[in-house]
Design a protein around this ligand. Structure first.
Ligand SMILES: Nc1ncnc2c1ncn2[C@@H]1O[C@H](COP(=O)(O)OP(=O)(O)OP(=O)(O)O)[C@@H](O)[C@H]1O
Length: 252
């Protein structure tokens, strides 16, 4: 296992959004998480990635207890996430967006510094090449020097994936990667995820687009009202009567 989250609990006031949920992820596995609106999927993600604390439970990642680590330390260990609404820097180019995500190279250092050393310049050069390779992999070379704010929804999701790839992740949490993305780019995103998976990266994918999720995930969890309703083979899970009942009149 690369990730083992046990008994994760998250309350907002008197309301329990995630109630003792346990999720494990194998090395090189793609796990899908679906569920009705408000089921607790994003809250669970935020607890795993460290954006929000939890009110109980523990998380092991790649042999480390990360329960109390802040998000950037989890990212250093190789656990990263993307967001439902992409968080690109609108007035930076696509290439600069990737550079800004890289460790040891932030903001002003990227543009100019009075104290530039040769090793810093070399580091910048290497990171720039790395960003270019990632853009090539994501088929984003054409928009390398375009301001990220002007991209389509699907391209923004690809940039978001590119930004986390700058961190050399072992596990990527994708939060609704297909929302607001046209079908052609959904296929493109799925193809890239499969390639990264083949290279050894594990994924957890939250998604409402069940067809795409079923095709991508090797295993699936459906959440409902803060708990896991069903778990297992994607097709069997979606055919589970409890899942069908939860989705009746919902988003399925
Ligand atoms: N910061 C917060 N304060 C209060 N309640 C919150 C907060 N964040 C989430 N919630 C509540 O917790 C529940 C779970 O929300 P969450 O966003 O995790 O669901 P979700 O399964 O990701 O839903 P969706 O598919 O609609 O994104 C919801 O009822 C939501 O209103």
């Amino acid at each position: 296992m690369i990730l083992e989250a046990r008994d994760i609990t998250r309350r907002f006031g008197g309301f329990t959004a995630v109630d003792k949920v346990s999720v494990s992820l194998g090395k090189q596995e793609i796990l899908g998480i679906a569920g009705t609106n408000g089921a607790g999927k994003s809250t669970l993600f935020a607890a795993i990635a460290g954006q929000q604390g939890s009110d109980g439970g523990s998380i092991m990642f790649d042999g480390h207890d990360i329960t109390k680590l802040p998000p950037y330390k989890r990212a250093h260990l190789g656990l990263v996430r993307t967001f439902q609404i992409p968080r690109e820097f609108k007035s930076l180019t696509v290439h600069e967006n990737l550079l800004a995500a890289a460790p040891n190279l932030r903001g002003e250092r990227l543009l100019s510094s009075f104290f530039r050393t040769s090793s810093l310049v070399r580091n910048e050069h290497e990171l720039s090449e790395k960003a270019d390779k990632i853009l090539e992999f994501l088929n984003l070379k054409r928009v390398r020097d375009t301001m990220a704010g002007g991209l389509s929804g699907g391209q923004k999701k690809l940039v978001e994936l590119g930004r986390v790839l700058m961190l050399d992740p072992k596990c990527i949490l994708l939060d609704e990667p297909f929302a607001g993305v046209n079908p052609v780019l959904i296929d493109e995103l799925c193809a890239r995820v499969r390639e990264l998976h083949a290279q050894g990266i594990s994924f957890i994918v939250i998604e409402h687009h069940l067809q795409a999720l079923q095709a991508l995930a090797g295993r699936m969890i459906v959440m409902d009202r803060g708990a896991i309703l069903a778990e297992g083979d994607p097709r069997a899970v979606m055919n589970d009567p409890r899942v069908q009942e939860a989705y009746m009149g919902g988003v399925a």
